[in-house]
Design a protein around this ligand. Structure first.
Ligand code: GRF
Length: 219
């Protein structure tokens, strides 16, 4: 069976992208990365993939009149690489209906909070300021809202009294690296069924553990 072809969009450091690559290379993720596209030509995400022989493209938004024009170019590139699933990995742009209608329920995003709490930016800081005792991360399908699409899986992370934005972000990022490849694997295995807002994971053995992970607080 041909492997699922991923098109990864990244603007920054690409540590989630690295986690996906590591899972593919260790045989845990039956996919291949067809292309990595960045809106920032100097993104570290692009440098990371060079040594893995993965194709890269840089598309700068300033060369387009509007967001739709930019997304039309993304769709063109993604289709030219026969991408099956679009993976947003630290992609710092709001996508438009142009991309969403080209890949309906075939665009995933990872968000560093437990949606629907704290959508948008700087959410680790917002969770701290709010006084939340738990935060975490969410993998969801992308719709036209900001961080509003159907939730696929989440991981819970405790917020500790002495946390700073940095320490909380690092604890959440560790979970991101665990659940994002897992969510992609569920998609690749045809185990995600979208029913309205709910995403049902078919044949989910309890010991896979990515969804039922409220972590035990340190003693
Ligand atoms: C992650 O926290 C992700 O959830 C958010 O941006 C950050 C990107 O990290 N959307 P990286 O580029 O994958 O290292």
């Amino acid at each position: 069976m041909p492997k699922l072809r991923l098109g990864v969009l990244a603007s920054g450091s690409g540590s989630n992208l690295q986690a996906i690559i590591d899972n593919i290379e260790s045989g845990n993720l039956p996919c291949e990365i067809a292309v990595v596209i960045s809106d920032k030509p100097d993104a570290f995400a692009l440098k990371r993939v060079e040594r893995h022989g993965i194709k890269t493209e840089a598309v700068q938004s300033k060369t387009f009149q509007n967001r739709e024009g930019f997304d039309t170019e993304l769709v063109k590139i993604l289709n030219s690489y026969n991408v099956d699933l679009v993976v947003l990995a630290g992609f710092m742009r709001v996508v438009t209906g142009v991309l969403i209608s080209a890949f309906p329920m075939r665009i995933m995003n990872i968000h560093p909070a437990l949606l629907p709490s704290f959508p948008g930016l700087h959410v680790q800081e917002k969770a701290l300021e709010y006084g939340a005792k738990f935060s975490g991360c969410t993998v969801h399908f992308v719709d036209e809202g900001v961080d509003t699409g159907p939730i696929i899986i989440q991981a819970v992370v405790p917020v500790l009294d002495d946390d700073t934005e940095e320490t909380l972000s690092a604890r959440i990022l560790k979970e991101e690296h665990r659940i994002y490849p897992y969510a992609i694997r569920l998609f690749a295995e045809g185990r995600l069924e979208v029913k309205g807002r709910r995403v049902i994971v078919k044949d989910h053995p309890k010991d896979e553990g990515a969804m039922e992970n409220p972590q035990v607080l340190p003693k």
